[in-house]
Design a protein around this ligand. Structure first.
Ligand SMILES: Nc1nc2c(ncn2[C@@H]2O[C@H](COP(=O)(O)OP(=O)(O)OP(=O)(O)O)[C@@H](O)[C@H]2O)c(=O)[nH]1
Ligand SMILES: [Mg+2]
Length: 328
């Protein structure tokens, strides 16, 4: 290892190691080349960096020429209360579902591999919005790495199963296997980082094209039983779509909390949204960091037994709880 590597070089190298997309990799490599000390001892390293830059540039150029135009958007900034990634095998009906639930207009096509880029859409449910992200299908041969990155960064995952397809369940299993190979496990529990590499993502399974499902609908329910919350819907007939909105919100990993001022009715116009499992204290902190040190007590309505009583700071809030914060 050559000496005299500058802090800037080391930071860029660290960025390269953590990079999730080719764009980030290229960026980090170019910075490494710019900051590497230019002497005999680093010649081999310089050559290696140049080679990697050339490779990445060539790959980007190929993608541009093959008509993927403008390069895929790698990252989908979260909007709304939670971000839920729609994942599944080719032709499962993911894009049609996004069209049915949001105002987004991804391409829907009667052939597999029609979606090439992530397409977000906002799904309204009562007074909250959940961001759904339509993605290219997950297959062993064709899925680019950034698709897995988007799944890892989402709050929750909706695994889509094609009920028209006799192989629908087998393909869904394969999608789960591929996610696992990319260190992403689906779980009915909360999303969490397991270790430095592995993440678990809270998941539901959606049986799509229920209108064409026949006896596969029952097989789908049996398959999901005891593993993931499941629902069967049809984007074509609208069957189950209203329940689906509720279902997706309930399993998105967030809850709503309303606030009220002493002596006034609660403000039900705009909920705060916070991760499932959050405590009274977490809510107070989210509303205003400074409130934590000034907190005297919180009165709570909702959560079953609470009806305006003082709630312990570690009390876990439920959807639609109302809090009244008393400060010193
Ligand atoms: N009958 C019926 N057809 C559907 C339904 N949902 C989708 N389709 C059809 O299934 C085909 C595939 O739908 P897409 O939404 O493009 O599937 P996808 O999962 O986005 O496909 P990729 O992007 O290639 O992974 C299209 O021909 C849709 O019209 C449904 O609920 N009922
Ligand atoms: Mg699609």
């Amino acid at each position: 290892m050559p000496a005299n590597l500058s802090p800037a070089f080391l930071a860029a190298r660290d960025r390269l190691n953590r990079a999730k997309t080719d764009e980030e990799r290229l960026d980090a490599l170019q910075e490494m080349l710019a900051t590497i000390p230019k002497h005999k001892g680093t010649e081999k390293m310089q050559a290696d960096i140049r080679k990697r830059i050339a490779k990445l540039k060539e790959k980007a150029e190929q993608q541009r020429r093959s008509g993927k135009g403008g390069g895929p958007a790698y990252h989908v900034p979260r909007e709304g209360a939670a971000q839920v990634a729609l994942v599944g095998a080719p032709n499962a009906g993911k894009s049609a579902l996004l069209v049915a639930l949001t105002r987004a207009q991804p391409e829907v096509a009667p052939y597999p591999m029609s979606t090439l880029r992530p397409t977000p859409g906002m799904m309204e449910f009562e007074d909250v919005q959940i961001q759904l992200v339509d993605l290219p299908p997950i297959t062993r041969d064709y899925t680019e790495g950034w698709v897995y990155s988007v799944v890892r960064l989402a709050d929750a995952v909706a695994l889509c199963v094609d009920l028209e397809n006799p192989r629908g369940l087998a393909e869904a299993e394969e999608v789960m296997d591929l996610l696992a190979e990319h260190h992403t496990r689906l779980t009915p529990g909360p999303s969490r980082q397991v270790d430095w590499r592995v993440v678990e993502r809270k998941a539901v399974v959606l049986g799509l094209k229920a209108d064409l499902g026949g006896e596969r609908v029952a097989a789908f329910r049996a398959w999901a039983e005891g593993r993931f919350p499941a629902i069967a819907v049809s984007a074509a007939t609208g069957e189950g779509l209203d329940e689906l909105r509720t279902f997706i919100f309930r399993h998105s990993g967030v809850v709503r909390v309303y606030t009220k001022k002493p002596g006034q009715p609660p403000d039900l116009t705009r909920p705060y949204t916070i991760r499932e499992g959050a405590t009274v204290l977490d809510v107070v902190e989210q509303i205003h960091k400074e409130f934590v040190s000034r907190l005297r007590y919180v009165r709570l309505w909702g959560s079953g037994r609470f009806d305006g009583q003082h709630a312990p700071q570690d009390h876990v809030v439920q959807d639609k709880d109302i809090v009244e914060i008393h400060l010193s």
